[in-house]
Design a binder for this molecule. Sequence first.
Ligand SMILES: Nc1ncnc2c1ncn2[C@@H]1O[C@H](COP(=O)(O)OP(=O)(O)OP(=O)(O)O)[C@@H](O)[C@H]1O
Ligand SMILES: [Mg+2]
Length: 360
Amino acid sequence: MISLRSVCKSFGRMQAVNDVLLEIAAGEFFSLLGASGSGKTTLLRMIAGFEAVTSGQILIDGQPMQDTPPHLRPINMVFQNYAIFPHLTVRDNIAYGLRRLGTPKAEQARMVDAMLELIALPGYGDRRAHQLSGGQMQRVALARALILKPKLLLLDEPLGALDKHLREQMQMELRSLQRQLGITFVLVTHDQEEALTLSDRVAVMANGQVTQVDTPSGLYDRSRTRQVAAFVGTMNVFDATVRTDGSARIADVAGLGVMALNGCSQGRANGERVLVALRPEGLGLSRTKPAGPAHAVAGQLQARQYLGRRQLLHVKVAGRAAPVTVATAAARGEDPWSGDEGSPVWLTWAPDAVSILDPT
Ligand SMILES: Nc1ncnc2c1ncn2[C@@H]1O[C@H](COP(=O)(O)OP(=O)(O)OP(=O)(O)O)[C@@H](O)[C@H]1O
Ligand SMILES: [Mg+2]
């Protein structure tokens, strides 16, 4: 549905978007995830036509868009600063697009009522913008865009002003609406949890560039760079050197020692410096040295974060400054590492939990 071909945008000497290549399919829930200033809004505004591309091409439904003004693109956009018309009531704001389309009055009223229900603001129809909170305005802006059932909806941090509870509720609503209506959604967010729970695919952006595009689980399990790995969760990253041992590849990993590398070492040369990575879930902890030829190293339990059934344990190992973070799941009513701070422990891991990252 959307093709971005080497899209660039400069503001003077500032390169806000740099050579972005993306294909977004019809019906997809696609997110742009990145830190503040990474170019997400600029990219969205170019798709909507509010900003011209400096070079490259944008196609929607196979049609080049350079000569198509925003109002002629099959798109609706919800802006980051949730602009709604201050002189109109909530009802009239939501019905705005319908009135322009000439939808019959009774039909408009029915659709607006359904929308007010959906955004959890029934009874707010006669208020104006100054009588609403930021989160309520944001929901009205969302309703105004959704009511038109556009083929393509661009959403720039549409849930940013909502509290956690409402935010999670609206996330589920957005997802089910998108499924029901079959609309293509492009969502901009800097909230990794939001991107991962809602999206079919996510593009991670940094410094105007797309670093990786994948499904949520693909991004988590197959992070290519240190930056992507850190953005989608906690990652333990170790400096390492690749060695060959006959035909097999091993790595000398700072803090963990020499370990066998699995398929992830393909294409790495003898002596190459790499980053070896392990998610907290890929590591385990035991009080005694594991039997057999396990991958294990001695350490000291430094600190723990109790998070209910799950806890994060921070373990100091020799040869590495930062502690290694381990995630463990506990059974109900059990707090297995309570009071163990300072104790000697053994860190263990499965070889197939190890991956290699690019250092960027
Ligand atoms: N009109 C403009 N003129 C000059 N520089 C701009 C303009 N718009 C954006 N920029 C710059 O381009 C870069 C990308 O901005 P953009 O708004 O796309 O970031 P973002 O990823 O949406 O960030 P945030 O999460 O804070 O909204 C920033 O460094 C910003 O300062
Ligand atoms: Mg932005």
